[in-house]
Design a protein around this ligand. Structure first.
Ligand SMILES: N[C@@H](CCC(=O)N[C@@H](CS)C(=O)NCC(=O)O)C(=O)O
Length: 228
């Protein structure tokens, strides 16, 4: 059985759980990271020496790095759907996956971590104020790209949508200024209509560190009830 390690409110874990949801794969998930801890145990470090989430074990295939896991699951279980068969389309999907990590996420992380996961008194407001227009400008690249197509690669969902999709619910639900992004919003609405996206990505995150931690605790309680 496929095993996943990672709290469900991490955007990197969401990329994996959303992929699993789209592919309807049986799996079990272990709550580690964040307030659950567990990343420094010898057992976990054996799986992932970075002490980070997500990690998976798919019948002996142990992997970390969310993009790699999404690629692996897509190629193994979603060939021709999440994993485009055409080498050029597949490479373009990978290109957007890598672009999110190297270009969008660094700016977005400053905003999300600063506003939600940091105590107000410890916030670097200047860095956040710089990152908000920077992230908006970066998304204008996607805005242009999505002109005339429903998803990042053509008109069907592929792995190329997953890393950005895992962040975009948060981007559109933060109280920040955004440039007009009608194509990106329409894409986000399309994702929002997918059951696997609703379940794995559209997870409330609160408006402060206190609310974030409370929601994390409540979700763990729900997981415990569902698994009992
Ligand atoms: N490049 C890695 C980044 C992994 C990462 O930074 N994960 C964060 C969560 S998003 C983490 O493990 N943080 C420590 C924690 O949750 O306790 C990936 O994409 O998987």
């Amino acid at each position: 059985m496929l095993e996943v390690w990672g709290r469900r409110n991490s955007s990197n874990v969401m990329a994996v759980t959303w992929t699993i949801g789209e592919l309807a794969l049986d799996h079990i998930r272990h709550n580690v990271g964040g307030s659950f801890g567990g990343l420094d145990s010898a057992e976990y470090l054996d799986l992932n020496p970075n002490a980070k989430i997500p990690t998976i074990n798919d019948n002996g295939c142990i992997l970390w790095e969310s993009n790699t896991i999404v690629r692996y699951l897509s190629s193994r279980y979603g060939s021709g759907t999440l994993y485009p068969e055409d080498p050029c389309l597949r490479a373009q999907a990978e290109q957007w996956m890598d672009w999110v990590k190297t270009t969008f996420f660094p700016a977005f992380h400053i905003i999300f971590f600063g506003l939600i996961r940091t105590l107000e008194c410890k916030r670097d407001q200047q860095a956040i104020d710089r990152a908000i227009p920077a992230a908006g400008k970066i998304l204008e690249i996607v805005e242009h790209h999505l002109n005339g197509q429903d998803y990042m690669i053509g008109n069907d969902l592929t792995m190329g949508d997953i890393p950005l999709g895992a962040c975009i619910y948060r981007y559109f639900n933060l109280e920040i200024e955004r440039p007009p992004l009608p194509n990106v919003e329409a894409w986000y609405q399309r994702l929002s209509n997918r059951a696997a996206y609703k379940e794995n990505v559209m997870i409330p995150f609160g408006r402060s560190l206190e609310q974030w931690l409370q929601l994390e605790k409540e979700s763990a309680q729900r997981d415990a009830t569902n698994n009992s």
